[in-house]
Design a protein around this ligand. Structure first.
Ligand code: ADP
Ligand code: MG
Length: 543
């Protein structure tokens, strides 16, 4: 199996906050959590009457007792400083827990122990692992809505060779570069963890497998770097619409001693080991120093060692990181302890940008893609929101069309009314003819003068058209005679047309004459000749 640090493909990152977030908020740019743990004087140190060189003045500060030798005023400040009386539980709770448990909610997490040989790295990491296992399974117990899948892999870097601690026989493992996941360890065994007991058992196998060398500094000094990696995947049990799987790794890193090879009383093979160890640590130190200088955009020599390649994401990348620096309190180790504190000081300045790694399950992915396709299809069929101006003009066009049609309907209604009144007019004329004998068109119009024209209108016309006051009946007839007497005078023709229109009932006296009355071939009664000019008049008026 090929193992790399879980990374959400950029296309699948969704920053959703789950209901429960162990280890704090989900997306963050934060500094590496740096703590310092001072172990008690060892029996060897006590036997040699070694002195304690350091004071822990409060929970954040460690001060050198011999200020004369100190460049930094002998005072160092960290996120936490644990004195020799501190329990491993406290060290875990305040220096590792939050970071470790981030892995339960999709954030890669790494915890290092850094320090010289015999300073207490392995002791501390063992405790961190034990406590983390306990907390992880507690969290799983109290999060029944999620299903967890935990896998373990473990490797050792020894002489710049990567070895699988779960399958030592597999020989040296290669590191591969994956464009999406970064550096991955090829063919590293990954065991699915059944329960907490199983996990403890697997961790103990790794420990037993670890190469242990002997140097003058520590009887059981470990000359290799060990990385135990838990890959934690979790998903909501019930069917859910949204993406709900988290995937993250928790790296527990027990580094080899940070001392210089020359300091160890080594030779032959041991010297080779020592130089490799220091090469890896030297690179680690350089990487940390460059990152702490804010040179993240510049060249960071991750590739100079296997250790820094494998841990690249934990150093200024997609992970939350905690470093527990361990040190001996002894005066005989003061130089190494000071180096450790200087390394820790640099590490404090390094920031990581951890994010939640989400995994889209196949079923959910298919569903999501189907929905996306449907949405895109719908978008293709209907205009884009960005085309709203086009949509607006389309609407405006439709509105204008509706208005036009409304006008046409009104026009048709009007024509229908005219036709109806014409019909009525003819009917009533027929009736009148029957009762009163033949009647000329002029007589017919004259009869309607008093009822269809208003008094003022009538008087105005009498005056204008020089009609003398010679009795009602006569005046009316004269008025009709005066119609269209001057066909060259457009004003007169228009006025005549209007008067007739009113007389025959095509419009009220207050309304202007409408176009359609001139278009009608109005031929009433027997007096056809009189009315032959209607079309002509309508043409003349250009109505
Ligand atoms: P390292 O891994 O850094 O080489 P170890 O963890 O092996 O060092 O520790 C060296 C010795 O010191 C071990 O015997 C360990 O049990 C002991 N020791 C380390 N830290 C503590 C501590 N905080 N309290 C008690 N004993 C410790
Ligand atoms: Mg060790």
């Amino acid at each position: 199996m090929t193992i790399g640090t879980p990374v959400t493909p950029s296309s699948k990152i969704k920053r959703t906050t789950p209901s429960c977030t162990p280890g704090g908020p989900k997306v963050r740019e934060e500094n590496i959590l740096v703590t310092v743990r001072i172990r008690p004087l060892s029996s060897k140190e006590l036997a040699a009457y070694d002195l304690v060189a350091w004071d822990v003045t409060d929970e954040n500060i460690i001060v050198s007792k011999n200020l004369y030798h100190e460049r930094h005023g002998g005072l160092y400040k960290f996120d936490k400083v644990f004195d020799p009386t501190c329990s491993t539980r406290k060290v875990y709770e305040e220096g590792a827990r939050d970071v470790a448990l981030s892995a339960l909610s999709g954030i890669n997490a790494t915890i290092f122990a850094y320090g010289q040989t015999s300073s207490g790295k392995t002791f501390t990491m063992r405790g961190v692992a034990e406590n983390a296992v306990k907390d992880i399974y507690n969290h799983i117990k109290f999060t029944p809505e999620r299903e967890f899948l935990i896998k373990l892999s473990a490797l050792e870097i020894y002489n710049e060779t990567v070895v699988d601690l779960l399958n030592r026989d597999s020989g040296p493992l290669r590191l591969l570069d994956d464009p999406e996941r970064g550096t991955i360890v090829d063919k590293l065994t990954e065991e699915v963890v059944k329960d907490d007991q199983h996990l403890r058992h697997l961790i103990s196998i790794c420990e037993a497998q670890r190469q242990v060398g002997e140097t003058a500094l520590n009887d059981k000094s470990s000359r290799s770097h060990q990385i135990i990696r838990l890959t934690i995947e979790s998903s909501l049990r019930e069917d859910s619409e949204c993406v709900k799987s988290f995937l993250a790794s928790l790296n527990l890193v027990d580094l080899a001693g940070s001392e210089r090879a020359t300091q160890a009383n080594t030779g032959g093979t041991r010297l080779k080991e020592g130089s490799h160890i220091n090469r890896s640590l030297l690179t680690l130190t350089t990487v940390i120093r460059k990152l702490s200088d804010g040179q993240r955009s510049g060249h960071i020599p991750y590739r100079n060692s296997k250790l820094t390649r494998i841990l690249q994401t934990s150093l200024g990348g997609n992970a939350r990181t905690a470093i527990i620096c361990t040190m001996s309190p002894a005066l005989s180790h003061v130089e190494q302890s000071r180096n450790t504190l200087l390394f820790a000081t640099s590490a404090k300045e390094v920031t990581n940008s951890a994010r939640v790694n989400m995994v889209v399950e196949k079923k959910q992915l298919v569903k999501q893609l189907q929905e996306e396709v449907a949405r895109l299809e719908a978008e293709l069929r209907s205009p884009e929101p960005s085309d709203s101006s086009c949509l607006r003009s389309l609407l405006r066009e439709k509105e204008l069309k509706i208005q036009q049609m409304e006008r046409e309907i009104n026009e048709l209604k009007r024509q229908r009314d005219i036709a109806q009144s014409q019909l009525e007019l003819e009917r009533s004329s027929h009736k009148e003819q029957k009762h009163q004998g033949p009647q000329t068109g002029e007589e017919y119009l004259a009869k309607r003068v008093s009822s269809k024209l208003m008094t003022e209108e009538r008087e105005l016309l009498y005056l204008k058209w020089d009609i003398p006051p010679e009795g009602k009946q006569r005046r009316r007839l004269q008025l009709v005679h005066k119609l269209w007497t001057d066909p060259l005078n457009m004003e007169h023709v228009k006025e005549s047309a209007e008067v007739v229109a009113k007389l025959v009932g095509f419009c009220e006296s207050t309304q202007p004459v409408s176009r359609e009355m001139f278009e009608l071939n109005f031929v009433p009664l027997s007096d056809k000749k009189t009315w032959m000019g209607w079309n002509l008049i309508s043409n003349l008026l250009h109505l």
